[in-house]
Design a protein around this ligand. Sequence first.
Ligand code: GLY
Ligand code: MN
Ligand code: MN
Length: 441
Amino acid sequence: MFKTNKKVFEERREIFLNKLGGKAAIIPAANLVKHHADCEYPFRQDSNFWYLTGFDEPDAIALFLSHKPKGERFIMFVAPKDVMSEVWHGFRWGLEGAEKEFKADKAHSLTELRDLLPAYINGSDEIVFSIGKHLHIEKIILDIFSKQLENRSRLGIGANSIKSPEIYLNEMRLIKSEFEIQRMREATKISAEAHELVRESISTKKNERQIQGLLEGFFLEKGARGPAYNSIVASGDNACILHYTSNNSPLNKGDLLLVDAGCALTDYYNGDITRTIPISGKFSEEQKIIYEIVLNAQKTAIKSAITGSNSSTIHNVALTILIEGLKEIGLLSGSTEDIIKDQSYKHLYMHRTGHWLGLDVHDVGAYRMGDYEVPLKNGMILTVEPGIYISDRIPVPEGQPNIDEKWKGIGIRIEDDVLVNNSKPEVLSNAALKEISDLEL
Ligand code: GLY
Ligand code: MN
Ligand code: MN
């Protein structure tokens, strides 16, 4: 199994502490979430907590005290060792493990948080904590903050504001380090191979659920944690439901199958790939026409994912090609400019063309700030995923042509994961084939 590299986390903490510049940050781990009586969902660590600690237990709290001297800056509150709990729920590192293995300057039991936190925060002017996201400890933090505000008014010391950690962490996480790029190569490789497995075995499968089993079994076999998100295995008209996850319809020979699935590695890096393939091994004339439009839009948009470009440019490149293709076959009419301005394409293409990808599938980081478009830089990873979805669900906008029955039930998306690298975007997921000649038998 992949072993995390402790140095990576130490380096991130160092950068984060430098960015904090005198502030005290409180970063909580995720909690277990109840599924139903006495059963929980599989544990999923909070991405920011993971990014800074590599510690994979629930409920822990990490403090980053940039106002303190070296050797007193990284504090962890963790569940202490407990034989009976570990017999029921599994190994935990305890206080000693948090210090020795995870390099906390000091570790305490979680039960000590309320008593010890005020002294740790003392001396910093600002508290860094994500309000509204960790309600189980928010009351403790707000109580301390309120006392500090009082102190400040009397004695001139104490925190006078609460800031979000995202300001610092989003910026760090948006640009992937060499180490992260290697992990993303691994996540996208396993994800792409799973799509290839689906393509190769489609003729032997009868139901969407079997495809889901194949994909997710493959992820586990390759040592991944599991699916990065609920796998979408959508045949025929189901593909027009963007987040279709029922995955339990029979596969009909004349239909397409849209599969949007990727794995999460044990250290949480994610793949996110969509392929749309003909179930019978042959596209119908209409399916092929739509597929060619989407593929052209996707390949051209990927070419525009270069340093200095931005997410809106990529979206507009794809959108323009989709609209022009749809005009040619009579599914849209009017000038492309007007169709974009009026958004009268939205009954056929209703989402953006991509998102950042990393520890979160929809990874952190701004796309734009007001009118300012965040420029692409080397080391950013994003998806490029245009699609066309033709169904009766959304009314045709006024002035646009009615949809001939022959097009209905066609839903196509093609999604790749792209590393920005000067003028040569690298398609990390290119092992999953997508040319028509590759998909037809
Ligand atoms: N699979 C989720 C997405 O493509 O954004
Ligand atoms: Mn995506
Ligand atoms: Mn996807």
